[in-house]
Design a protein around this ligand. Structure first.
Ligand code: NAD
Length: 267
C-alpha cells in the first residue's frame, strides 16, 4: 500500500472536539450525528434550549461521545463572548458554523429589523466565531467549515435577497481566512447546500402558503425543476460532505466552496 494511513484512519475524528452551531435540528443536527459517529466529542450550540437538550442526549447515548450543550443566541455578540469565555482553554479542533435563518420577505418590505437579524445570525456571528476560534488556536491551527447557500451565487427563491447577501459574505470570509490563516495551520472551507428538507425549509414554505405568496411558491417549484437530480436533498447528504471537510480525508483542501445541491448550479 502506498499510503500509511487507511481510509478508516483518515476519516476518524477520535480525540478531536467539534463545535457545531444550530445543532438542535436540520442540517446542524445531521452534521453533529456524523461527526460523533466518526469519533468526535461535541460542543453543541443552539438558541432553542429544549430541542438542543433533546439532540444532545440522543447523540451522546447513540454514539457514546462526550457532548456539551450551550444555549446561545448567536445574533448577540455578548453571548458569543460568554460562550468562548466558558470554553476557555479547551477550544474545539473543528468549528462548524451552520446556524442560519431564512425568512422570506419581498425586497421592498425588508425592514431594518429583519435585515439586521439576518446579517447578525448568518454573517456577523460566523465572523466572530471564526475570530474567537483563530485567537484560541493560534498556535495549534484548526479546521473551520462554514455553511453558506447556493442562494449566495445564484438568486432564485423570491423574497430571499437579504439572505443571499448574508451568505455571499460567508463565502468571502471563508476564502479570505483560508488565505490569511492557512500558513498558521488552519483549513477554512465552505459548503453551499441547495434545497434541503429541514424544519426551517418546511417553516418557510408553510408561511408562504399561509399568506398565499404565489410568487414564492412558483419560484420554489422552478427551483426543483432546475435540480438535475430532480429532488430535494436530505440533511445527512450535507453532513457527509462536512465530515469529509472535517476529517483528514480533505487534508489538502483549503478555501474550497463545495456545492451540495444535486447539480442546481450547473444550470
Ligand atoms: N435547508 C435548506 O434548504 C438550506 C439551503 C441552503 C443553506 N442552508 C443553510 O443551512 C443552515 C442550516 O439550515 P436548516 O435548514 O437546517 O435550518 P433549521 O431552521 O432547520 O435549523 C437551524 C437551527 O439553527 C438554530 N438557530 C437559528 N437562529 C439561531 C441563533 N440566533 N442562535 C443560535 N442558533 C440559532 C435553530 O434553533 C435551529 O436549531 C443555515 O445556515 C441555512 O441558511 C439551508
Amino acid at each position: 500500500m502506498h499510503n500509511s494511513k487507511t481510509i478508516a484512519d483518515l476519516i476518524s475524528l477520535k480525540g478531536r472536539t467539534a463545535l457545531v452551531t444550530g445543532a438542535a435540528m436540520g442540517i446542524g443536527r445531521a452534521i453533529s450525528e456524523r461527526l460523533a459517529e466518526a469519533g468526535a466529542d461535541l460542543m453543541l450550540v443552539d438558541v432553542n434550549a429544549e430541542a438542543l437538550a433533546e439532540a444532545a442526549s440522543e447523540i451522546s447515548s447513540t454514539f457514546g461521545r462526550k457532548v456539551t450543550q450551550h444555549v446561545v443566541d448567536l445574533s448577540r455578540r455578548e453571548q458569543i463572548e460568554a460562550l468562548w469565555n466558558e470554553i476557555g482553554d479547551n477550544p474545539p479542533d473543528i468549528l462548524v458554523n451552520n446556524a442560519g435563518i431564512y425568512q422570506s420577505r419581498d425586497f421592498l418590505e425588508v425592514d431594518e429589523a429583519l435585515l439586521e437579524r439576518t446579517m447578525a445570525v448568518n454573517l456577523k456571528s460566523v465572523f466572530y466565531m471564526c475570530q474567537h476560534m483563530i485567537k484560541h488556536r493560534e498556535k495549534q491551527g484548526g479546521n473551520i467549515i462554514n455553511v453558506s447557500s447556493v442562494e449566495a451565487v445564484l438568486h432564485l427563491v423570491r423574497g430571499l435577497v437579504h439572505y443571499g447577501i448574508s451568505k455571499i459574505g460567508v463565502l468571502a470570509l471563508t476564502r479570505a481566512l483560508a488565505r490569511e490563516y492557512g500558513p498558521k495551520g488552519f483549513r477554512v472551507n465552505a459548503v453551499m447546500p441547495g434545497g434541503i428538507k429541514t424544519p426551517g425549509a418546511d417553516r418557510m414554505r408553510n408561511e408562504a402558503l399561509k399568506r398565499l405568496d404565489f410568487g414564492f411558491l412558483l419560484t420554489g417549484a422552478s427551483f426543483l425543476r432546475r435540480v438535475p437530480l430532480g429532488r430535494l436533498g436530505e440533511p445527512d447528504e450535507v453532513a457527509r460532505v462536512v465530515l469529509f471537510l472535517a476529517s483528514d480525508l480533505s487534508s489538502y483542501v483549503n478555501g474550497a466552496v463545495i456545492a451540495v445541491d444535486g447539480g442546481f448550479l450547473t444550470d
